[in-house]
Ligand binder design. Structure first.
Ligand SMILES: C[S@@+](CC[C@H](N)C(=O)[O-])C[C@H]1O[C@@H](n2cnc3c(N)ncnc32)[C@H](O)[C@@H]1O
Length: 231
């Protein structure tokens, strides 16, 4: 079994199926990130690693003027297209590469949910995000919580290595473990200014959907979400 980053084929289908109503994606990460987004009315939004389009659909429903989605998985982009219809522009692209198809300062908001830990060329990606964001624009990033990873993978908290994370039914993902210092250091080092940081717990609905994971997010941090500003 070869570990991947973009969620290709059947792995994408499995992610799409669970992301709609899962304790982690639907009821922990998304509500926190959409809360950090605030009022998106009339904004031009870029959704990096857009997956099955759950964020894009929500952002459009909340009044975003445009949403451009980018993902490396064709199966997830098909799911996104089915979910959003003609409402969003979707690009099949590897986020390890430059975003040359996006114009300078063309977005008010960039959303990157649960993607950052899959990317190796993070410095290049952050420079590209800075390029396409308007001055004063916002970047929202969520990732797995460093202490949650430490509990899961074991070893040293300070391990700086690519790990393999089992996913779904028989898949594995390449995944960068990083400390809080490294995660925030990379974002601030790229010239962004931290505005807010959340350690989200699952919302009440998750108690019904998945009581075990609801309890887990309330006793052990699972995710980290930040809002940054491009000066
Ligand atoms: C955990 S999913 C999150 C999807 C979506 N942001 C959400 O929260 O519903 C991670 C996403 O990142 C995408 N991804 C990971 N590595 C990528 C890469 N190198 N290039 C493009 N997409 C990538 C995957 O295909 C997948 O859609």
């Amino acid at each position: 079994m070869k570990a991947e980053t973009a969620y290709h084929g059947e792995m994408g289908k499995q992610f799409a199926a669970q992301a709609t109503n899962s304790a982690y994606n639907a009821h922990t990460d998304r509500p926190a990130m959409l809360g950090l987004a605030g009022d998106v009315d009339g904004l031009s939004v870029l959704d990096l690693g857009c997956g099955a389009g759950h964020y894009a659909a929500d952002l459009l429903q909340r009044g975003a003027a445009t949403v451009v989605g980018v993902d490396g998985s064709e199966s997830l982009l098909r799911a996104a297209q089915d979910r959003i219809g003609a409402g969003a522009v979707l690009h099949h692209h590897d986020l390890e590469e430059l975003l040359t198809f996006l114009a300078d300062q063309s977005f008010d908001l960039v959303v990157m949910a649960l993607v950052y830990h899959h990317i190796t060329a993070r410095e290049q990606l952050l420079a590209e995000i800075r390029r396409v964001l308007r001055p004063g624009g916002a970047l929202l990033v969520s990732t797995t919580h460093p202490t949650g990873d430490w509990t899961y993978f074991g070893g040293s908290y300070f391990a700086d290595e690519q790990a393999e994370l089992p996913f779904g039914d028989g898949f594995a993902l390449n995944y960068w473990r990083m400390t809080l210092e490294k995660f925030l250091g990379e974002l601030l080092g790229a010239g962004f200014v931290l505005e807010r940081l959340l350690e989200p717990r699952a919302e009440e609905e998750a108690r019904r959907v998945d009581p075990r994971r609801y309890d887990k997010t309330h006793s052990q941090p699972s995710f980290l979400s930040v809002r940054l500003r491009r000066p």
